[in-house]
Design a protein around this ligand. Structure first.
Ligand code: HEC
Length: 110
């Protein structure tokens, strides 16, 4: 009896070990996120902007805009006031603002 249960358990366990890596490796969400991240211009604040701003919508939805620094500042404020984005610390806000206005403003070099 006990032995039977042991074999049953170990069968279930090894099935889980086989299935788990397949799910992780083939997850389509990961592939999509990688593409959006890789398409971003490299620079200070890229990782953090991606982390915060791709949470609710595609990063492309943000980066297709060309706002001035002031425009980006207002957009970030809108996200918090209108859409419930968590309040950012001043330095976090500056990091994102610097990144977006340096690389995604009307006069940015692309
Ligand atoms: C809590 C969810 C949430 C987070 C986090 C978030 N947004 Fe948004 N964002 C929205 C919603 C909702 C809309 C409006 C619907 C839409 O345009 O898809 C939106 C729209 C936008 C737009 C297009 C419309 C506009 O107002 O210009 C921009 C640009 C934008 N977000 C920038 C950002 C940036 C930059 C960040 C990171 C600092 C960010 N968002 C993070 C929810 C969020």
């Amino acid at each position: 009896m006990i032995l039977n249960r042991f074999f049953k358990l170990s069968r279930q366990f090894s099935a889980a070990l086989i299935v788990l890596p397949i799910v992780v490796v083939t997850s389509p969400v990961l592939a999509e996120d990688d593409t959006a991240y890789l398409a971003m211009i490299d620079g200070d604040g890229k990782d953090f902007a991606y982390l915060v701003c791709s949470d609710c919508h595609a990063m492309q939805h943000v980066l297709q805009k060309r706002y001035s620094r002031r425009g980006w500042r207002d957009a970030i404020t809108r996200m918090t006031l209108d859409f419930g984005m968590a309040e950012l610390e001043a330095n976090e806000r500056t990091l994102i603002l610097d990144y977006l206005s340096r690389y995604y403003s009307p006069g940015s070099i692309r």
